[in-house]
Ligand binder design. Structure first.
Ligand SMILES: Nc1ncnc2c1ncn2[C@@H]1O[C@H](COP(=O)(O)OP(=O)(O)OP(=O)(O)O)[C@@H](O)[C@H]1O
Length: 309
């Protein structure tokens, strides 16, 4: 079976609210795809439709080429965590997982493997009622991994976790993708995906804003800007502007230059005898790139928020 999720023209409306508005994207194997958008953008609704928990008003969502509801061994096709595991407080993690495994025809041996994978070995025999949010997230992830599925989907898995938990999840997602699986992970905070995702599907107001590799997005957002440190700021600005660059003073002894590559800037300044002590190409952060992409969607939400109050 293909390790893919294919969403095509997906639509969902709740009364007057259009939650998902003609969304199409593909989640491919061997990479972590970040599914990003502001609060209310439609991420959870899309994931519920992929899992067949919500019926689309239009469009299709396929897991390995088939609708989730038609899969004969769904747990072995797609593992998902939409909420931190909801477990009876008196039930132990191991028993919860054993019950899930047996209900799906999976061996008890697999339960011990996922307990190990999710880092729950130390607490698996304690009642879940005493678990922290982080431990419940790990239990949800263990359950998603039970069927060893080629496709994984996690809704806001790092929400509320401490830095150690975030680092752990990031590593886990990367290793799952390195095994060739398709991994879709949602977040409303781009910073949570920095260093964790290879590809991004960005949505706003239920619509696709960007479907792009992380590297391409960062290159585009970096915009060829160069930071220059110089004691001859005015002179540097004149020389570079004359050569066609866009220049902006940046503090007392620095200039931001766009429109010229660094080698050309160095050649021009050296030729004109303008001293400079540092030159660095600007690298946008993922957060910066995301803010740029979603500005319109966020403005929309700010307006509707005011209208509601
Ligand atoms: N069951 C529902 N009934 C009515 N409206 C809903 C329902 N589920 C979602 N919505 C609305 O649909 C829109 C999309 O919500 P959704 O939860 O899918 O967004 P999200 O991107 O997952 O947001 P968040 O990052 O806050 O989880 C929102 O306006 C939300 O209020």
């Amino acid at each position: 079976m293909d390790a893919t999720i294919e969403v095509q023209g997906l639509r969902k409306r709740y009364g007057p609210t259009v939650a998902v508005d003609g969304l199409s994207f593909t989640v491919g194997p061997g990479q972590v795809t970040g599914f990003v958008g502001p609060n209310g953008a439609g991420k959870s609704t899309t994931m519920r439709m992929i899992l067949g928990l919500d019926r689309p008003d239009g469009g299709t969502a396929l897991v390995g080429g088939r609708p989730y509801r038609t899969l004969r061994t769904p747990l072995c096709r797609l593992g998902a965590m939409l909420d931190a595991a909801a477990v009876h407080p008196a039930r132990r993690a191991r028993d919860h997982l054993l019950w899930l495994a047996h209900a799906n025809g999976l061996p008890s041996r697999r339960v011990d493997e996922v307990i190990e994978l999710a880092g729950l070995a130390g607490v698996a025999r304690r009642p879940a009622g005493g678990y922290s949010l982080g431990m419940r997230q790990r239990l949800g992830i263990a359950a998603a991994l039970l069927g060893d599925p080629p496709v994984l989907m996690f809704d806001e898995p790092v929400n509320g976790l401490d830095p150690e938990g975030i680092t752990w999840i990031r590593g886990l997602l990367r290793s799952l993708a390195a095994e060739g699986r398709a991994v879709l992970v949602s977040s409303h905070l781009m910073s949570e995906l920095e260093g964790g995702a290879d590809h991004l599907v960005v949505i706003g107001r239920g619509r696709l804003i960007a479907d792009t590799g992380v590297a391409e997005l960062l290159d585009a957002a970096s915009g060829g800007r160069v930071h220059l440190r110089t004691t001859g700021r005015q002179e540097a600005m004149t020389v570079l502007a004359h050569a066609g660059a866009t220049v902006a003073a940046d503090g007392r002894d620095a200039v931001t230059v766009s429109g010229l590559p660094s080698e050309r800037i160095i050649a021009l300044l050296t030729g004109a005898g303008v001293p400079f002590s540092g030159i660095a190409e600007h690298r946008a952060s993922l957060e910066e790139a995301y803010m740029e992409l979603t500005r319109d969607a966020v403005e929309f939400h700010a307006v509707t928020g005011r209208e509601r109050s």
